[in-house]
Design a protein around this ligand. Structure first.
Ligand code: XMP
Length: 536
């Protein structure tokens, strides 16, 4: 569904990460990353894909048979635990018997060391931040690196004795074991993080591991994704019909064009007006979709039922669940009215999967993104999520590959639950109207300043507080709004955008003058983490 505008990953993969599905998929060479809870796990996945190799994240304790299916290499991520912590996450030892190369990063190296009979000790000093690294010269894992290179460390525990059959392949500038390896088994460990940009030749080390050691060619690209995904959709859907939620955002547009290419008119795209859209969204969206994408779109006016369901609800998770359930009910009704519809397609992306399902290993669910965690338990339609293995920027590349216009692909993300998660507190038609006006002004000014394409996502949030102001000679007591704009690559991390003061001034002056009921504008200067992009 609409998560999508924004979304996630394409998932044609036969991933073992989500048992709701996994059928829209073909077997392909992949790298599996076992997640021990590191904040960098998604970065490992991204970097590997940037090397032209398809990668997927699974829980640290995934079943070895599931892990091994179609897999050419395994990576054990870092994590916040100490191997000595009670209940510390440990990989299933079966993964070391599958004949597949393994690369352990940071905690992953320590967990591998422990599992294979080496010794990990609590370090007397922590290594954190940039650090010199001296690789063993001539080892293929470090081909192309200088004798001294800078890496990024973040650990307390350390490997003091590698497991039998392993040797030390490199040390940090202060003499600690920073890399170990067993060439016969193709098992390697790195105490530093090759996935972060602060590690100078991190990408080269990953390339060496993938291409030279595991022998995986560079063969994953948006073009290969399109071909494979179309085949996979056809194989799964057969002669069936599919309803899909089309919001006009990037994800749902890309997904619809992909599905349309795969099954033609057996795709029924539905645009649901849930009353939580941006100003004029319905009109703009329908126009674009019909004209530019050549899609016939059914429009469903569901404003009343969504807003009634949300009345009086303040808890963000409850809002998400209510919206998720309501969306599915609308689709079930539409599917029934059309007769013979078996499937519902959603534009779920990989960050949703990583954040909402327990792929995060030991770390907790942050938000139930409505097209994943917010789904009701029981659904009469089978779900297909063709973008479920893609990051947002990859969706845009796939969209370009499909010939979708840059102005559709360049739209800022908009969350599936819409303005409901940008109205902190109770969602009422009046508050939606106030927010729509304020948001439209902010976006217009950002566009006028030529900044829209420099910003990953910008929007306005309506706060549940009122403040005192003075307008003319009158005292006012009105709403406060916050303007949010961030830089990001895939929504997993974000930094607040340094908006020029004159643009902030125009936004603020116009909102206060033109939007009745608002007398104060703030600018949100928080990054993710520790904040999130949306406020709820
Ligand atoms: P957060 O707030 O989790 O947002 O930092 C990361 C990105 O995801 C978008 N987002 C959603 N998209 N359904 C969606 O389709 C959702 O439930 C949802 N929640 C957040 C958010 O706009 C940002 O781009």
């Amino acid at each position: 569904m609409t998560r999508g505008d924004e979304g996630s990953t394409g998932g044609v993969a036969t991933s073992g990460t989500d048992d709701r599905e996994g059928k829209v998929g073909v077997e392909r060479t992949r790298v599996v990353i076992l997640d021990f809870g590191s904040q960098y796990t998604h970065l490992i996945a991204r970097r590997i894909r940037e090397c032209g190799v398809y990668s997927e994240v699974m829980r640290f304790d995934a079943d070895p048979l599931e892990i091994a299916r179609g897999t050419s290499a395994i990576v054990l991520s870092g994590g916040p635990s100490s191997i000595y912590d009670e209940g510390a996450p440990r990989p299933n030892p079966g993964i070391f018997g599958a004949g597949i190369p393994v690369l352990g990063i940071c905690y992953g190296m320590q967990a591998m060391t422990e599992a294979l009979g080496g010794t990990v000790a609590a370090g007397t000093t922590h290594e954190y931040g940039p650090m010199g690294f001296e690789p063993e010269t001539g080892h293929p894992l470090f081909a192309g690196l200088d004798r001294q290179t800078q890496v990024w460390m973040s650990h307390g525990d350390e490997v003091v004795e590698p497991p039998p059959g392993f040797s030390v392949l490199g040390r940090s500038a202060d003499g600690k074991v920073a890399s170990i390896g067993n060439d016969a088994k193709r098992f390697y460990g790195l105490q530093f993080h090759p996935e972060v940009i602060h590690t100078e030749r991190g990408k080269r080390v990953l390339e060496n591991y993938l291409h030279e050691i595991a022998g995986i060619p560079s063969n994953w690209s948006p073009a290969s994704f399109v071909g494979e995904t179309i085949d996979a959709i056809r194989a799964e859907v057969g002669e069936g019909r599919v309803v899909c939620a089309l919001s006009g955002g990037v994800d749902s547009s890309v997904m619809s064009v992909l599905l349309h290419k795969a099954i033609g008119d057996r795709l029924i795209p539905i645009f649901v007006d849930n009353g939580l859209l941006r100003k004029n969204e319905d009109r703009d969206v329908i126009e674009r979709l019909r004209e530019k994408l050549d899609l016939k779109v059914d429009i469903v006016d569901a404003r009343e039922r969504f807003l009634t369901g949300l009345a009086g609800v303040e808890d963000p998770e409850r809002k998400r669940k209510i919206i998720g359930t309501e969306f599915i009910r609308v689709f079930e009704e539409e599917a029934k009215a059309q007769g013979d519809v078996e499937f519902l397609a959603q534009g779920t992306l990989y960050p949703d999967v990583i954040e909402s399902v327990s792929v995060k290993g030991p770390s907790a669910t942050i938000k139930s993104h409505h097209n994943v965690g917010g789904l009701p338990e029981r659904m009469n339609l089978k779900l297909i999520e063709p973008l479920k293995t893609l990051f947002k920027d990859e969706v845009r590349k796939v969209g370009a590959e499909l010939g979708i216009d840059a102005d559709i692909l360049g739209r800022h993300p908009f969350p599936g639950p819409g303005l409901a998660v940008r109205i902190v507190g109770d969602v009422t038609p009046e508050r939606v109207a106030v927010l729509q006006e304020a948001d439209a002004i902010a976006i217009e000014e950002i566009r006028n300043a030529g900044l829209y394409d420099d910003i990953w996502q910008a929007f306005v949030v309506l706060l549940p507080v009122r403040s005192v102001g003075v307008m003319g000679d009158e005292r006012t007591y009105e709403h406060v709004v916050a303007v949010r704009a961030v830089h990001s690559l895939d929504g997993m991390t974000a930094h607040w955008f340094p908006m020029p003061h004159e643009v902030l001034e125009r936004i603020s002056t116009r909102i206060i003058n033109e939007v009745r009921g608002v007398n104060r504008v703030c600018y949100d200067v928080s990054s993710k983490p520790p904040s999130t992009i949306e406020w709820e």
